[in-house]
Ligand binder design. Structure first.
Ligand code: SF4
Length: 269
């Protein structure tokens, strides 16, 4: 607290300069798991996959590991389980993407940006956001609340929360969609004017994560078409800012570090 006070008095300005300048993650910040591409033996792969409780790791069509970033909670258990450097945790925070497939396979963005064409620059100046919690554990709500503090100060970027869906451009959904929240979510979406954008924030909203009960529908895209996915459990405030600015068409997707193709050699099998 004292440190913040001294910093405020001496530097006068505390607010992050993101997105004009990159935000440096604190030491040991766990942003996401990344495939580092080392050739893993089938045993190491099996250990890796077994350690992953949300089933974010699977075997890809070419025999290498495949990572579904929309299910990953960055727990780091796979790093120890693989023990061959095939998965690493890095501090990347610009994780949002406009397609779930890109977060699973790391595909490149399509050349024609249909999303930007649909919006036609409508949200470049300001964005009004209606947040709906469809069954979250509350962790991501704390990160969303942090967007309003003096450090992240999302209003400086023209981003505002609104209580009414009729004034909203963006539907920000958190949590897996639970059965009692399915209809309220649909009604909120239908009440919004066009053009409207749906943002799924957090692992639960992106994929349904570990929830596999009849009362949980799964990720938001089981109910509504999702325009932007922000993975993370929970995503940091900067990750949320990046996703919201991506929804506004004001920043670009940032591809994760590309891994060399992972192929299990026959001798390793
Ligand atoms: S960090 Fe955790 S959730 Fe992500 S792939 Fe590794 S074990 Fe799975």
């Amino acid at each position: 607290m004292i440190r913040w006070f001294v910093r405020g008095v001496t530097k006068r300005r505390l607010t992050t300069k993101y997105p004009r300048h990159p935000e440096h993650a604190p030491p040991a910040f766990r942003g996401r798991a990344v495939l580092a591409g080392a050739a893993a033996s089938s045993h190491a792969q099996a250990d890796c996959m077994q350690a992953c409780l949300p089933n974010a790791l699977s075997r890809g069509p070419r025999g290498g590991l495949r990572l579904d970033a929309t299910r990953c909670i960055a727990c780091g258990l796979c790093v120890e389980a693989c023990n061959d450097g095939s998965v690493v945790i890095d501090s990347g925070y610009e994780l949002a993407a406009r397609s779930r497939a890109r977060l699973i396979s790391g595909d490149q963005a399509p050349e024609a940006d249909v999303f930007a064409e649909r919006l036609g620059g409508a949200f470049r100046r300001s964005l009004h956001i209606r947040h709906v919690d469809t069954g979250s554990d509350g962790a991501i709500e704390q990160e969303i609340t942090a967007l309003l503090n003096p450090y992240y100060d999302m209003q400086r970027l023209g981003l505002f929360f609104t209580a009414s869906p009729r004034h909203a451009d963006v539907l920000l959904v958190t949590g897996p969609v639970t059965a009692p929240m399915e209809q309220p979510l649909r009604r909120t979406y239908e009440a919004m004017p066009e053009p409207r954008v749906v943002v799924a924030a957090g692992t639960d909203a992106c994929s349904g994560s570990i929830w596999n009960e009849p009362e949980v529908r799964g990720g938001v895209d089981r109910v509504l078409a999702v325009d932007v996915y922000i993975p993370g459990d929970p995503p940091s405030p900067i990750a949320l800012l990046h996703g919201l600015l991506l929804a506004a068409g004001r920043v670009q997707e940032v591809a994760p570090p590309s891994a060399p193709a992972t192929q299990v050699s026959e001798t390793a099998r």
